[in-house]
Each structure stands twice: as C-alpha cells, then as structure tokens.
Design a protein. Sequence first.
Lengths: 281, 434
Amino acid sequence: MGLLAPTVLILLGLVLYPFFYAIWLAFSDKAVGSAGRYVGFRNFAYVIAWPQFSAAVFNTVIFTFSAVALKFVLGMSVALVLNQRIRGRNFFRAFLLLPWVMPAFVVYLVWRWLYDPLSGLINYALIDLGLVASPIAFLSDRSTAMPSVVVAHVWRNFPFYAISFLAGMQTISQELYDSAQVDGASRAQQFRYITLPGLYQIIGVVLLLTTIQTANAFEPVYLLTGGGPSDATMVYTMLVYVMGMVNLRLGEAAAVSTLFLPLLVGLVLAVTVLLHRKANA
Amino acid sequence: MARPAIRRTRREFIKESATLAAGAGAAMSLPAPAAAQRPKLVYWCYQFLKASDDARADFAREWAKKNNVDLQMTMVPWKEFMPKITAAIEAKATPDVVESGAVELRGRGQLLDVTDVYKKVEKANGGWVGNAAKFMLEPDGKVHHILYGFQGFMLIAREDMLKEAGISKPPATWVDMLDQAKKAQKVPRVFGMGIPVSNQTDSSVWEDIMKSYGARLADEAGRKVILGDFKGAVWEFLDYFTEVWKAGVLPPGVTTWDNTMNNSTYQAGKAVFILNPVTVSLWLEANNPELLAKTAHYTYPRGPKGQIHPVNFGSRSILKYTKVPDVAKQFLLDSMEASKMDRELSVSQWGPVLKSYLAFDVWKKKSFMKGLVEMSQRGEPEGHPDVFNDAWREQATNTTTSRMLQRIVVDNWPRDKAFAEMIDVLGKIYAKYA
C-alpha cells in the first residue's frame, strides 16, 4: 500500500485538483489577474440567463448525437468493406487514416474554403453542374450551418471508428461465418447475429470515448463559424472560450462548464448502461 | 590489440569519486560566465503584417545585442494574445514586455507604471499627435502603456469600377456608399460592400455606423445603458441596414466571416468597398500592384448625425511582475526613437503617434499612407462617443450590434425583439462593472 502512495498522490493531484479548482472558479468572481471572491450561485444565474446559453445546450446535444451517429454508421460501413478480401486492402486501410492524422486546424480551414460561397469548390461544382443557380452560403444560413459543421467533423473523425471496428472484426472467428453460411444465414443475419455481438465491447469503448470527445469538440465550430450565424452553431465549448478567454471572466466560463458536467456525465452513463445491457443480453 | 582492463579496488574508486565530486563543486562555485549574468528580457511581439513584424523584431535583436541583454522574443498574433497572457498570468510566468491587450491588462492592475517613460518620449519628440495622450493618460495622471502607432479602418475602394459606373466622387455618407456600391458591383463576381455581419470584431463597423445615426450605448460615465433612449436613431440605422441587406451588396457568407475575410475578398478582387486598415494596401503593394493601382483610399463616410471614426492603437507595456523593470523601460524608450520608427512605419500599417514622426517621408511617398496622418490626428478612442472601459470592451467582443443585426436577417426576428435582446445583454454586461 505504501508503495502505491506516491502514484495515488500524483494521480489525485493531476485529476482531482484541476477538477475541484474548476468548480471553485464557478463559485467565484475570478477574472484574469484577480484572486477571486466567493459569489455563491451568481455566475450560474448569470450564464443561465445569458441568451447564448440555451442555444449552446441545444446545439451541443444536436451536434454530439448527430456527429456520433454519423461517425458510427460511416465507420461501421467502411470497416465492413475493408474487412473483405478486396484488392489493395492494405493501401485503403492506410489511406483511411489520412483525415484523422491531419491536424484539425488544417482540416477545418480546408473545409471552410470548400464551403466558401465565393470561391469554394463545392459551390463551383454545384453551379458548374447546373444543380444550383446561385452559390449556397453553407456556413451562414441557419438551416445549413450546423449540418455543414457536423459533416466536416465526421469526415475528420470517422476513421477512428472504422479502424477500431475493423480491428474488432478481425478477432471474430471465420468459423462462425462459415457455419452460419452452411445454415443459410444471409449477410444481414450474419452481421446482426455474429459481427455486432462480437463488437459490443469495442463499440462500447469507442462510443464512450468519442461521445465525450465530440461533446467537447471546439475546433470545428471555432474555425468554421465562430458559433454563428446568430448562435446557430454555438456549442458550449465555444461559449466557454468566449467567456473565459475573450472576456477574461474565468468564473463565468467555469460556471458554463460546471453546468454541462451533469449533461456529459448523463451521456456517458447512458451509453455505458445501454451497451452493458446489450453485451449481457 | 585489446587494451588490458584496469581494475580498481573499492577504496581507490571511492577516492577518485570524492576527488571528482570536490572538483565539480569547486567549479560550480566559481563566478558564472558573463553571458549567464546578462539580464533576460522576455518580449511578446505583436504578429500581423510580416514586414512590420520583421522591422520590430530586427530592432529588438539589435537592441539586445547592443545592450548585452539576453532577449527571448515570441511572435504572438492578436487573436492568441489574450488566451496566452491569461494562462501566463495565472501560471505566474509572464513576459516582461508585451505589445497587445494593454487596456485590458491595465484595467486588471497587471501593468507597471511607465509615466516616466511617457514623459521622456513626449519631451524628446515634441509632443503627441491628436488624441494619443488621451489613450494613455489615466485620471490620476499615470500611464501604463506607450503607444507606438494608430490603426483604424479606412474606406478602401475599387476606383476603376466606380469610374466605370460613372462615379467620380468618394461617398460622403453611408447612404452614398450604398448607392455607389449598387451601381458599381457586378454580382456574382464582385459585390458592393465586403463588410462582415458576424461574431468577429471587424463587425464593429456596424456599431460605428449606428452611432453616426445618433445612438450611443451608455451614459457619459460609461456605467448605465441608455441605448433604449435612442430607439428613433436605431430604427433609422436599421432602415439603412435593411436596405443594404436587401440590395444584395453584401457577399453571401458575411454572417460567419472571420476577421480575415474582408481582406481576402478585396484582395481577390471580389468587393468594390471594404472598411479595413491599410494592411490590405500594404499586402497589395507587395503582391498585387495592379490591383493597388486601381484602389482608392477614402475617409470614413458620415451618418446623419456626423462622422464616427474610432481608431485603435499598437502599444507596448511592461508586466508588473518583471524582474528587470529598468531594462524593460529602457527598451520601451529606445523603441520609440524617431529614426527607428521612420524605418518601421515605412513598412507598417500604423499611423504616427508623435509629432516628430509627422516629418517622415512615408506619408508623402505612398498615396495610401497619407490618410493615416489625418486618421491619427482626428481619430477618437474605440467606442466613441461611449467610454472605452471594461464594459464597453466586453460588449464589443460579444459583437452585440452585429448580433442584433443577425437576429433580424438570420433568424427573422422583428426589430423590437432584437433591440430588446441587445438592451438586455448590454444591461447584464454593464451591471457587472457598475
């Protein structure tokens, strides 16, 4: 026990101190350069009444669910394809990782250019093909802004799903598929009764990690829309950034983070419980 | 041939180790080399326009060499400055000299008093230009940052396209500007007005325009929000904005433009008018002289209640935590020296802050730089006629005016609702600082 003490102390210091310090900040009027005084629930009342807060809650939930769902579907589809014996399989597997290894900054600036209504490639192609008459402002229209941010985020992050699922698929014995084929099981049935159950543990871990990661995503919104137009893509991480790093009101920024904590914990618990039940079914 | 291994007894090994340790200890107690005793100055240099940044960085290096100072310089873009300095202050690892965020840091008591430097610079250069002193002097006569340049928006226009549309005079009012933009634009290739209506600070132009229609946000003391008293002026401004929006002179996408998009749109030849500092023109000078030859630079148009033309500034300040205050002050003083500034201003976007700088050739040589002198002489502090304080700054970084406009054109909110939300937000912000 004594031998473990230093490690436990370091872990507690690295994990618990910042966690409780952030909560303390939420109850203080801490601004940059000031010590900060205890102000009770004042910051919470302030941020809840702030017009962008409700937009941030709504948008964070929409962004997280839609992005995770799309990444899951796309990742699973690609993994299924790359699990087949196709020509150049190893090349495609390596190629698949490209979006994921590129720096987020580069990826989102490229997407920003692709979406640009004046010089972007997507509008250029759409107009050239005669599909639209005038350019579409993908990032500046309320109806297309959030889907455009989600698409860019999914493009960058789905390879992690695909590679993880592919690794899981390769641990499933081929004999199971052979037996199922002999019994006359269709491809869909094989996926439903062999592949999916065999991947539950991996799906659980991947969904758990990426739900947290997606809910905390900052770069796509910061680099593509800045939270606009008119808060249509304002997510909570962007609001925290504006309050803490732009307005220098660390207490208010910490209050936003603290208010989102139950939501994030709830999301994680929901995913964990759901997958645990499936795995034990 | 292999060398025979030298075997030592344990006693010999201990003896040799002790000798080595004693030797090392003695060496460490010797006086440190001169290099290690040089004062160290950590300098965060503002990064924006390469030629201008290089000029300041080159000077700093030369200065450090001449004064035997160990200089540690980091280029920091404006957008990254506040997050970086916030972390540095909280971690108690601050630089000595910085070139951004002086007013914000001064408001939080983070800066060293440099009144003595201010007085020396003023005396050596025949005084300050325009309102420069107003930007630095505090009510108690103290100074915490030294201005080295003014920067402000100018009306930058495609003169060739305006001439082609039969327009020969610069727009005197915002309404003139809209009329000219409508006549000269060639949609969808070239749009009339490349102005953002987004959550970025370049959208503050709309606040200036609203104020030129007679509105103001807060009272003379900068504490109480009084925008609600100016509903008539705001409505007149919103009539104007609605006309701008409906005329299709704003390029698609302006509601999410970042602060670079107005520059890049003009540089790509896709806007007739933009409101921007002369950084655009300096870029054109180096990269697209043909477009620069077709470009004119005008002063800000007027509104029905006059011209509102705020300017901001570049300044240097010293963090109060510095261990080398005298070295840092000397750096501030030397960096304002006229011959050094002559070299720097000839490749920069800055207007003159000291009277001795008015004699520089750059204001005569480059036509687009002439306007900087007038801007420096007449420009008011940001926020004018409102007081530039923490509350005004927070509402400016929240782009409250632009958000009101976005509510109207993006969310189709009625004016009353958007206006009420803006007053509510302003009230919340100003109440924190009252």
